[in-house]
Design a protein around this ligand. Structure first.
Ligand code: PLP
Ligand code: COI
Length: 378
């Protein structure tokens, strides 16, 4: 499996990055401790935001400059800003976890920084040095650390993103770019918490194709998935599952997470494809499984293999994984002309124990034996 923390990836952008000199402007109308406590008591996902945001500018001439911590609020953009027309944008998603002693940690943030650099290369955006990426997260936590909730399985979802802000209607990589980080307190991504979900097999739409942007975390991939996700919702499913665009035969991934199949001999199988997002959660969960002695295979896997394996009893569990979804059991796959599993199927044992092991590391309840945690709070 590709090592998502490959340092060679970050070497070019990181060489010679000078230290950032942050300008900090405090939010004078920040939420009161009581307002914040009310939000943190029931954060949901992606609907509430902290009091501040991070902003670093980039220009072709000046490189990365003007790093700022500012009050959270609307961004002013020229109506001709390239992102609004051609979608030159990338983003990341990771979480800040509060440990029992109050300290705040993130999980493999250097892997997100490296992936953002890969996404930047694909979208012809500048690569943000990983040191700046990490520094930006720490700056946000320094002012908004109180927004990291402490209830079980809650966190502060961090959303770094970068877009073309140059006002220019010609089609070419923009010469002016902005990098931002916002924070959003988060509970479970799915309404049912960690209850097993049903997913819908999209056969009308593909998410990505050969040579496309499937492996990059760019808004366009999500925009193109929305119509298929709407079909899934109509079918009573929580997520959409995509197949390869060439043959409509091989499993790719869900709209916002990767997929893993568990075989009865304990083997874990996950799709190999150049057009899916290389999930950091998947990489981590598969490492934990390997540590336990499971065989892990990253290879092409067909929808027929899943159908037949589920029917014969060879495939015993299937789960989705990603930062937002953590590890979520999949009860059922619904397609236009067949169904695998059933909506009321129980969560698999291996799925749930991997979820527990992963979250125990993230929340500091178990030893971080792979050195995956980075402290964000002072
Ligand atoms: N695949 C897609 C399309 C995603 O949006 C995500 C979520 O970020 C993932 C996979 C899982 O990636 P990660 O585990 O790094 O969050
Ligand atoms: C994440 O898990 O970080 C994502 O970007 C997926 C999205 C469905 C929230």
């Amino acid at each position: 499996m590709t090592n998502t923390t490959d340092t060679a990836d970050t070497a070019t952008a990181d060489a010679g990055a000078t230290k950032l000199d942050w300008e900090v402007t405090r939010n004078l109308v920040a939420k009161s401790p009581q307002e914040r406590a009310e939000i943190l008591a029931n954060p949901g996902f992606g609907t509430h935001f902290t009091d501040h945001m991070i902003d670093i500018c980039w220009s072709e001439r000046g490189g990365w400059h003007r790093p700022r911590v500012q009050p959270y609020g609307p961004i002013t953009l020229d109506p001709a800003a390239a992102v609004l027309h051609y979608g030159q944008e990338i983003f990341e998603g990771l979480k800040a976890y509060r440990h029992e002693d109050g300290s705040i940690w993130s999980f493999r943030p250097e892997a997100n920084a490296a992936r953002m650099q890969r996404s930047a290369r694909r979208l012809a955006l500048p690569e943000l040095p990983s040191e700046y990426f990490l520094d930006a997260l720490k700056q946000l936590i320094a002012v908004d650390g109180d927004w990291v909730p402490s209830a079980p399985e809650t966190s502060l979802y961090l959303r770094p993103y970068m877009f073309a802000k140059e006002a220019f209607l010609g089609v070419r990589p923009a010469h002016k770019v902005a990098f931002y980080v916002i924070g959003s307190p988060a509970g479970a991504y799915f309404h049912g918490g960690i209850a097993p979900v049903s997913i819908w097999l999209s056969t009308n739409y593909a998410r990505a194709g050969k040579g496309g942007t499937g492996a990059a975390k760019t808004g366009g991939n999500y925009a193109s998935s929305l119509i298929a996700q709407a079909e899934a919702t109509e079918q009573g499913c929580a997520q959409v599952m995509f197949l390869d665009s060439a043959e409509g035969k091989y499993l790719e991934e869900l709209g916002g997470m990767n997929i893993v199949l568990v075989y009865k001999d304990g083997t874990l199988v996950t799709p190999q494809s150049e057009s899916i997002l290389e999930g950091i959660t998947r990489d981590s969960v598969l490492q934990l499984a390997r540590d336990r002695g499971h065989t892990v295979e990253q290879r092409r896997v067909t929808i027929d293999e899943w159908r037949e394996g589920a029917a014969s009893g060879d495939i015993v569990e299937v789960f989705a994984c990603g930062t937002a979804a953590v590890v979520t059991p999949i009860a059922q796959l619904k397609a236009a002309d067949f169904t695998i599993g059933s909506a009321d199927a129980a969560a698999g044992e291996i799925t749930m124990s991997l979820r527990t092991e992963l979250t125990d590391i993230q929340y500091g309840r178990a030893e971080d034996r792979h050195g995956w945690l980075t402290r964000l709070s002072q």
